[in-house]
Ligand binder design. Structure first.
Ligand code: DOR
Length: 442
């Protein structure tokens, strides 16, 4: 692999507190140096001119659905990883609601093997909490951990049995791997189709109350407190959940939390405007919830942003609202939609990047090398983006098989221009040229 010099970009690496214009040299898949005014060694380089662009550590997504095995009509590891690379992601954690579910060492090994063959970026599987995701019997958690699971979740469905969650949290103390819960009290949420509130009443659709999430967040926090286990709360969507997590963190409970780009930027009104493409679980909530989620991000009550990329086929989504599956295809619009929060002054660019890089890396740990940083010696996972580029969301150009997004047809400001995974360009906008040059000053 020829060395790659990313030249004169705005390097932002929150983990190292770097925020300066400079260049970055990659050799043999690792970061070799970064800085400015240095003379690059006298060898042939591939050069990518990053003038006017932001150069950040590759984005890390703790929560996505790649649908393989079993639902390859919706997505595969090959298509999902390419879509993720186009969205700037270099590490993604895929959820186990596949068929069969990822509840044995063999199924975890299968995903790792297919990813080694077909994926263009790092794919890390999440194993099930319960056998068959049925919520009745604990999955063989140590077997899953040994095979390479990075956490445990029955995502898509909650685990209603508190004793099962308690035992999973107890196990997390020795494995160090988080229990990632989809918090939804099914006795309140079942049959619900969207947020319970004004819009659901207007549309005559059965609602999912905020309390369905908050009940379960509270229960999990109580179990994390009593076990000392490691809890990660998936896709937080309500003000009440943010308040509960805030209180738990102040108490010293070992909890981390994530929020999706859609819960940060879209409200329940989108359901009235866009129909099934805005049907997602947890549902899009209200402006007031968004305000709390953003405040939670700023205060570090919410540690990371995760896409919950949930691709479905067009046929599945083009049906009556009650029958359509929940989910939004999120990899390719994540940065563009999140940049609105930076452009309107609600988040700094550094905070946003930290939620996509060093903070999720801290949850995964360093088993896969130093992720989420441009530190010398770390794997060369790099995302290069234009923070100001306007672009139209045209789902025909998506690399994901899932075209299900309520953002179709809208204009976003901020676009990924190139993604480098382990030193190799795995996505490049047509306007980005990589030239070969000899010794230069950078
Ligand atoms: O909207 C969702 N879709 N929420 C989930 O929790 C699961 C996901 C899926 O698998 O489609």
């Amino acid at each position: 692999m020829k060395p790659l010099l990313i030249r004169s970009g705005h390097i932002i690496d929150p983990g190292q507190k770097i925020d300066e214009v400079g260049s970055l040299l990659i050799t043999e898949g690792k970061i070799a140096w970064l800085g400015k005014g240095k003379e690059a060694p006298s060898i042939d380089y591939d050069i990518l001119n990053a003038e006017g662009l932001v150069v950040s550590p590759g984005f890390i997504d703790l929560h996505c659905h790649l649908r393989q095995p079993g639902f390859e009509g919706k997505e595969t590891i090959a298509t999902g990883s390419r879509a993720a690379a186009k969205g700037g992601f270099t590490t993604i954690c895929c959820m186990p609601n596949t068929n069969p579910p990822l509840d044995t060492g063999d199924t975890i090994e299968y995903v790792k093997r297919e990813a080694a063959k077909d994926a263009v970026i790092r794919v890390l599987p999440v194993g099930c909490i319960s056998k068959g995701r049925k919520g009745q019997e604990l999955a063989p958690l140590s077997e899953l951990a040994l095979a390479g699971a990075v956490g445990f979740s029955d995502d898509g469905d909650p685990v209603m049995d508190s004793e099962l969650v308690r035992r999973a949290l107890e196990y997390s103390r020795s494995s160090g791997l988080p229990v990632i819960d989809h918090c939804e009290d099914t006795t309140l949420a079942d049959g619900g189709l969207m947020n319970e509130g004004r819009v659901s009443a207007q549309l005559g659709l059965r609602g999912i109350p905020a309390a369905a999430e908050e009940n379960m967040v509270a229960r999990h926090l109580a179990l994390a407190r009593s076990t000392g286990g490691r809890l990660h709360i998936a896709h937080v969507s309500t003000e009440g959940s943010v308040n509960l997590i805030r209180q738990a963190k102040a108490e010293g409970i070992r909890v981390t939390a994530e929020v999706t780009p859609h819960h940060l930027t879209l409200t329940e009104e989108k359901v009235a405007q866009c129909g099934t493409s805005a049907k997602v679980n947890p549902p899009l909530r209200t402006e007031k919830d968004i305000r709390s989620l953003i405040k939670g991000l700023k205060d570090n009550v919410i540690d990371v942003i995760a896409t919950d990329h949930a691709p479905h086929t067009e046929a599945e989504k083009q049906t009556e609202f009650a029958l359509a599956p929940f989910g939004i295809s999120g990899f390719e619009t994540a940065l563009g939609s999140l940049m609105a929060l930076v452009h309107n002054g609600e988040l700094t660019l550094i905070t946003l990047i930290s939620k996509l890089t060093c903070q999720p890396a801290g949850i995964i740990g360093d088993k896969y090398g130093r992720l989420g940083t441009l530190a010398v010696g770390a794997p060369a996972d790099v995302t290069i983006f234009d923070p100001d580029k306007d672009w139209l969301v045209d789902t025909a150009t998506f690399l994901s098989k899932g075209k299900n997004t309520p953002l179709a047809g809208s204009t976003l400001k901020g676009r990924v221009m190139a993604t480098i995974s382990r030193g190799k360009p795995v996505y490049k906008d047509d306007s980005i040229k990589i030239e070969t040059k000899q010794k230069i000053n950078v």
